[in-house]
Design a protein around this ligand. Structure first.
Ligand SMILES: [Zn+2]
Length: 140
């Protein structure tokens, strides 16, 4: 289970935990929705079927919904801030985190389908896999 959390939050391939899911950093805001077609380390496909990441949208929605409720309730009821100030702070936080959350949602969804395979990770470490360099797609 800990390895799932590692893969999800480090945005690594669910199969080998070595290759990146995305070519750019989440907080660089450079090409925020660009994603590799497959794992650069082990070749695991990241787009197993058309519309695969439709389900990730629900993870994103549920997570961001409760997060927004929590932030505003904390600022409003615990700290006693005005409604306007609470929402302005929320918008700023969401503006900073939205690319990261989009990616974590996709990573979590990919981890529902694929699990860690130690033998693949060992092959990656040994350098015995021949993987073509992945292309980058900008699919939202
Ligand atoms: Zn991989």
């Amino acid at each position: 289970m800990a390895s799932k959390f590692y893969s999800i939050f480090s945005l690594k391939c669910p199969t080998c935990h070595r290759g990146d899911l995305f070519p750019t950093g989440s907080f660089s805001f450079d090409r925020p929705f660009a994603q590799y077609t497959h794992c650069p380390a082990c070749g695991q496909r990241y787009f197993p079927e058309p519309g695969f990441y439709y389900g990730a949208m629900f993870i994103s929605y549920i997570g961001s919904g409760f997060f927004c409720l929590g932030v505003v309730m904390f600022l409003r009821w615990v700290l006693g801030w005005s409604m306007l100030a609470s929402f302005l702070v929320l918008i700023a936080i969401v503006g900073i985190l939205f690319v990261w959350w989009f990616r974590v949602s996709r990573s979590a969804y990919l981890n529902l389908v694929y699990g860690y395979r130690p033998e693949v990770a060992a092959s990656v470490e040994a350098g015995t896999l021949k993987v073509a360099p992945p292309e980058t797609v900008n699919q939202t």
